[in-house]
Design a protein around this ligand. Structure first.
Ligand SMILES: O=C(O)CCC(=O)C(=O)O
Ligand SMILES: [Fe+2]
Length: 371
């Protein structure tokens, strides 16, 4: 979704000096030496850096006036933007734009082409009101720019405590280097939070926005089903649209953006991500490799804060027991020439790879490839 072409909301965000989202198809990282050593060294400084112990996040560091970033935010040079990246990094402005109000066949054709190649596309006429998008972005800004005393009570990574969690770097104590980002993470479906569970600044906008995103996701699943030659309700019946978890990302301005990242290169762990401000992206695994899950990362930059809202649409019930693998209709071609490329997995196993592998963030699907 690109609200920028349809709405202006005060204050208008200045364009970032660098591409805000890079999409890459380079081979995975090769460097994971001394991982254990790195982790051991990382933990105490992570607390001391005033990110987690203060519960003030990266924004707290910026407010305290740092002019150089703490060492835990230093990423390996080979993972940072390089001059010679240009050929393999696509910036979000280059992704295809699909008008969902175009004739159905045309939309299905375009969705198929986009999902099979880049795995990432931007939609217009998507039915999410411009006012709802602008209000959601303003709400995320509003919360993050509150005094730390207001934000601190929400600071937790404990999913059993609340459906609205504020933290800086979910994997702060597992990753090789921390990212220049704070997040409010919301569990919105199938069991929504009560309005009182959300930070006050986010109460008004969140329910309207996420309700509209669920509707949009349902129609994208229909389009993806049809683009795979399946019945329109195939992916919905598999449960792909039951759950909604929303990462509200706040990327404070960074004094040394050349040393760190807003988010490292990764693929998302869900069936579909609806990304406010940058696009709508990929479905994976069950298409037997036909639809792509785009690798992406976020650069840090000086200037003003950047805000994004990534809505992860996924399976709800039975995440530890239901198995997902290539859809039978997609692997049994009449000539037998399309064998399954991936083994089946549960959602929990699929997501779990992210944490087990730490900084080694290969595209998730690679781990489940059949030889
Ligand atoms: O901020 C963005 O544009 C992307 C965020 C993202 O990749 C994520 O939250 O998974
Ligand atoms: Fe992502």
């Amino acid at each position: 979704m690109h609200p920028s072409s349809q709405v202006t909301f005060p204050p208008p965000p200045p364009p970032p000096p660098q591409p805000s989202l890079g999409l890459s198809s380079e081979p995975p990282y090769r460097h994971h030496v001394h991982r254990r050593g790195l982790l051991q060294r990382l933990r105490p400084p992570a607390r001391a850096a005033g990110v987690d112990d203060t519960k003030a996040g990266v924004k707290g560091l910026v407010d305290s006036g740092v002019t150089s970033i703490p060492a835990i935010f230093h990423h390996r040079p080979d993972t940072l933007p390089q001059d010679d990246d240009v050929s393999s990094i696509v910036d979000d402005a280059a992704v295809p734009v699909i008008d969902l109000a175009a004739p159905r066949e045309e939309v299905v054709r375009l969705v198929r082409a986009a999902a099979e190649t880049g795995g990432f596309f931007q939609v217009v006429n998507h039915g999410v009101p411009s006012s709802a998008m602008a209000a959601m972005l303003a709400a995320v800004r509003g919360f993050n720019e509150e005094p730390v005393e207001t934000k601190r009570p929400y600071y937790t990574r404990d999913t059993s405590k609340t459906k609205a969690r504020f933290y800086s770097n979910l994997d702060l104590f597992q990753s090789e280097a921390a990212c220049w980002r704070d997040t409010v993470f919301l569990d919105m479906a199938p069991e929504p939070p009560t309005p009182e569970e959300l930070p006050e600044k986010m109460r008004g906008a969140t329910f309207e926005f996420t309700g509209a995103v669920m509707k949009l996701a349902a129609s994208v699943f229909e389009l993806l089903s049809e683009s795979l030659g399946l019945a329109g309700d195939h992916l919905a019946k598999m449960g792909c649209g039951e759950s909604l978890k929303v990462a509200c990302n706040y990327y404070p301005p960074c004094p040394e953006p050349h040393l760190t990242l807003g988010n490292t290169r990764h693929t998302d762990p869900t069936f579909l991500t609806v990304l406010l401000q940058d696009g709508v992206g990929g479905l994976q695994l069950v298409s037997n490799g036909r639809l792509k899950s785009v690798e992406h990362r976020v650069l840090a930059s000086t200037g003003t804060a950047r805000i994004s809202v990534a809505a992860f649409v996924d399976v709800g019930e039975g995440r530890s027991v239901r198995r997902f693998g290539p859809i039978p209709e997609l692997v049994t071609s009449p000539d037998g020439g399309n064998p399954p490329m991936y083994r089946s997995v549960t959602i929990e196993e699929f997501i779990g790879h992210f944490y087990k592998k730490g900084s080694e963030r290969r595209p998730r699907l690679d781990y489940f490839k059949l030889e």
